[in-house]
Design a protein around this ligand. Structure first.
Ligand SMILES: [Zn+2]
Length: 340
């Protein structure tokens, strides 16, 4: 039976889109539901239990609920007697114990990591030690992220990096991890973070989407390693897969059961935000705080730093496209922006 989502999340807006302002007119609008209509926060985490979500897939959720992790990290177990584990989760003894309980009598042959944020990869060390299985991922935490964790002080709009992550084996786009009755195909999906992978499980027509695509919220794109242009291309990669994926399983929150439509809504949502920012620059607001004040009028001020981060990611992307310039003498966060 579904239980209410944790209290902290009941009123939590999408992480990047904190605005309930009416949408600005968009040249990109399509006859499809908006992201806001498709977001789904109904989810029973069943903490510590191994929940069978498909014939080949179980999920054990860690009790690390937060504004970034929603109800917590969902660790997936793929296979029957010989299994892969995707995203063992945070450094949390209770979760590792629950995971090892769920794995009793089975052999872990691979530990696969979607990306190196502290709610996804740190438990790979304890799990590898307990099982002897190799840890596989795109690579170490990106150097471009250096200083980000400390620079933002106590700001809570981002996930800390797992700087100790050192995979036993490296996975790249197109690589295949083959196991006993299951196959995981790797898709490199940078954007949220440059080392992000999604894993397709063709035996279930499923895609494990990590934090790239989540059903309860759009993802956060924290510059400089997080990159909106990469993120849009990574979304287009998923859209182009058509009906190869019948379901997405994100690391946080519920399954996405109409995945292609959802990925297209995420794209439309970002294009709409881009249009709003261009409209700001046409009409006057030219700094990030001024744009946030104009676009996020119904958002509590405490969430404005997260909104500012999203606007910054969009401005960097618009500058990369040659559509926007900024005062080069100022820090990106404090700069004045203009249409190119
Ligand atoms: Zn993440």
């Amino acid at each position: 039976m579904p239980v209410p989502t944790p209290k902290a999340h009941v009123c939590m807006p999408a992480r990047d889109d904190l605005s309930s302002n009416p949408p600005a007119p968009s040249q990109h609008s399509e006859p499809q539901p908006s992201l806001e209509e498709l977001l789904d926060t109904r989810h029973d985490p069943a903490y510590g239990e191994a929940v069978q979500v498909a014939r080949l897939v179980q999920r054990v959720t860690a009790a690390n609920a937060s504004p970034f992790t929603f109800a917590g990290t969902g660790t997936y177990i793929v296979g029957g007697r010989r299994v892969a584990v995707i995203d063992p989760g945070p450094d949390d003894a209770g979760h590792t114990e629950a995971l090892l309980r769920a794995l009793e009598g089975r052999t872990v042959t691979h530990i696969c990591i979607t990306h190196t944020h502290s709610d996804h990869s740190p438990a790979s060390r304890a799990l590898a030690e307990a099982t002897g299985a190799p840890v596989l991922g795109f690579g170490p935490h990106p150097a471009a992220d250096a200083g980000r964790d400390s620079a933002r002080g106590s700001a809570v709009q981002e996930e800390p990096g797992d700087w100790d992550f050192a995979p036993d084996g490296v996975l790249g786009h197109g690589d295949v991890v083959a196991g006993d009755g299951w196959t995981l195909e790797c898709l490199h999906t940078p954007g949220h973070i440059s080392n992000h992978l999604c894993f397709a499980l063709p035996e279930e027509r499923a895609l494990f989407t990590g934090d790239h695509v989540m059903g309860w919220s759009s993802t956060i794109i924290p510059p400089p390693d997080g990159n909106l242009g990469d993120y849009l291309r990574s979304l287009e990669l998923l859209v182009a897969r058509g009906d190869r994926d019948g379901v997405y399983w994100p690391t946080h929150g519920p399954a996405i059961t109409a995945p292609n439509r959802y990925a297209r809504a995420l794209l439309a949502h970002r294009h709409r935000r881009t249009d709003q920012i261009l409209a700001c620059l046409r009409d006057g607001p030219s700094t990030i705080p001024a744009m946030v004040a104009r676009m996020y009028t119904t958002t509590p001020e405490v969430l404005h730093p997260a909104a500012a981060l999203s606007v910054l990611a969009h401005l960097i992307h618009l500058a990369e496209e040659g559509k926007v310039t900024r005062d080069p003498t100022a820090d990106m966060r404090a700069a004045t922006y203009a249409l190119a």
